[in-house]
Structure formats: structure tokens, C-alpha cells
Design a protein around this ligand. Structure first.
Ligand SMILES: O=C(O)[C@H](O)[C@@H](O)[C@H](O)[C@H](O)COP(=O)(O)O
Length: 246
């Protein structure tokens, strides 16, 4: 399965163009299937795209009541904590579109019914998504050292092949405790979109697109069943090897 790379001239253009792409893709999937499943991520780029979806004149073209919303990973913090990916996604988009609350599936907070137990939160989410992993679109960010979701190089999570969702501890990117889909679970998605900007990501992007091993560069293991799309700005694309001359 090859991957597609789309380069935008700036982070702002990447966010706006990816938002337009996401709206169009959701509309197309809903036209064919009536509903759509979307997995959100955290991080600056992921949230900026959601903000641009909300700002788009085409936002209302999506039947938001027929979108099933999931998260690829979550910071294991109390409900409403401003650092939670859910909190940021709600502020950026979900609180401003008519989603069906029953179809929005956040990962458990650290102060919820499951208690301060990330393993229990991971097991509960694994049960929820077990037979729903064929997500239509799974959005991902990419870290400087090549992490994606909350799967970091050489971490226990990167070796996980049985469970679709795991607890992550001692995460190099704060906060240290998280809940995350595994790469194997992410690969069940129909389309995986990796979105990142900035010169500090150029090395990770180039390594991922040059066949790096997923243990050392987890983003390299993020592939969709039908499509893997890298959405980057010029700075993040700076070290991507030029395609061979036709
Ligand atoms: O919870 C998180 O932080 C994200 O899941 C993480 O994987 C993020 O997407 C990357 O670290 C990129 O973040 P930036 O887009 O802010 O660089």
C-alpha cells in the first residue's frame, strides 16, 4: 500500500485545506453509507484542523448527527481538564455542531466511573471499539521523534499486537499517563491521515516516508487499509526524498 503526500505552503493553509478535505470526505462517505466514523487526535495541528472545520462555510454540509466520533488517544486527566484532547476537540468543533451525544465516544477521564486506572480505561475503550475498528477516517499527528497517537519509539505500546487500546505510562510528551489505540488498531482504519507542520518534524516525516521501522519511528507504521495520506507543510516536507524521475 503506497502513501500519498500532499504539501501545503504554510501551517495555516494545511489546516484550512485539510478541513475542507475532511468535510468533503465525510460528505462522500455519508452519501454512500448514511453515516461516517471519524477518529480525532490531539496536538496543535489536529486541533487547528477541527477549528478550521468549524470555521468553514461548508461545515453544515456534514450531517453531524450521523458522525460517530472516537479518539485515537487521550491524556489520562480529569474530565474537563484543558489538556485533554476531548476538551480541546469539543471547544474547537464538537460543541459547535449538532453531533449526537450518544455517538461521541471519549476515552475515560481519570476521575470517572472507572477511577484513576488507565488500564481499566484502555480495556473499556477496547471493548467499545473492538468490532468498529474499520473507521472511515483516522486523523493523526506526528511528534518530532516520530511518535503518533501516544505510541512512542521503543515503548511497550509499539510492540502491542493483541489489544487494540493500551494504557501508556511515562510518556515522553506530557502528561505522562495516556490511553491510546495501538498501531495495529490504527491499521484497521480505511483511511489514515497524518498531519504535521514545522521544520522540527522534517526528520521524522522523511524517515517515515523512507521506510523506517515502526518500532523506531511509530508514524511509519500508521497506514490505512485503503489510503495513507501525509498532509504536511513545506517546512515539514523539507527532507522528504524527491520521487524518482519518471
Ligand atoms: O495527545 C497528543 O499530544 C497527540 O495525540 C500527539 O500524538 C500529537 O498529535 C503529536 O504530538 C503532534 O502534536 P503537534 O501537532 O502539537 O506537534
Amino acid at each position: 500500500m503506497s502513501h500519498q503526500v500532499v504539501v501545503h505552503r504554510s501551517p495555516e493553509l494545511l489546516a484550512a485545506a485539510t478541513a475542507a478535505r475532511l468535510i468533503t470526505r465525510l460528505v462522500d462517505v455519508q452519501s454512500a453509507c448514511g453515516s461516517a466514523s471519524l477518529v480525532l487526535t490531539g496536538g496543535r495541528t489536529g486541533i487547528a484542523v477541527l477549528e478550521q472545520v468549524r470555521a468553514s462555510a461548508a461545515c453544515g454540509a456534514v450531517d453531524w448527527s450521523a458522525v460517530d466520533v472516537f479518539w485515537g488517544d487521550e491524556r489520562f486527566l480529569p474530565a474537563g481538564d484543558p489538556e485533554r484532547n476531548e476538551t480541546q476537540a469539543r471547544a474547537a468543533l464538537l460543541d459547535h455542531v449538532p453531533v449526537d451525544p450518544a455517538r461521541v465516544h471519549p476515552m475515560a477521564p481519570s476521575d470517572g466511573d472507572l477511577g484513576d486506572d488507565p488500564d481499566a480505561a484502555a480495556a473499556a475503550y477496547a471493548s467499545l471499539v473492538a468490532d468498529r475498528l474499520a473507521f472511515d477516517i483516522l486523523l493523526l499527528g506526528v511528534g518530532e521523534e516520530g511518535h503518533t497517537l501516544s505510541v512512542f519509539p521503543t515503548s511497550p505500546a509499539v510492540y502491542e499486537t493483541e489489544r487494540p487500546v493500551v494504557a501508556v505510562r511515562d510518556c515522553p510528551k506530557p502528561p505522562p499517563t495516556r490511553v491510546s489505540l495501538t498501531l495495529a488498531a490504527a491499521r484497521e482504519a480505511t483511511e489514515v491521515w497524518l498531519m504535521t507542520t514545522g521544520a522540527n518534524k522534517a526528520e521524522a516525516v522523511a524517515m517515515a516516508l523512507s521506510g523506517a521501522d515502526e518500532v523506531q519511528l511509530p508514524a511509519a507504521g500508521a497506514r490505512g487499509r485503503e489510503r495513507t495520506l501525509w498532509l504536511v507543510d513545506t517546512a515539514a516536507a523539507a527532507k522528504v526524498p524527491a520521487p524518482p524521475a519518471a
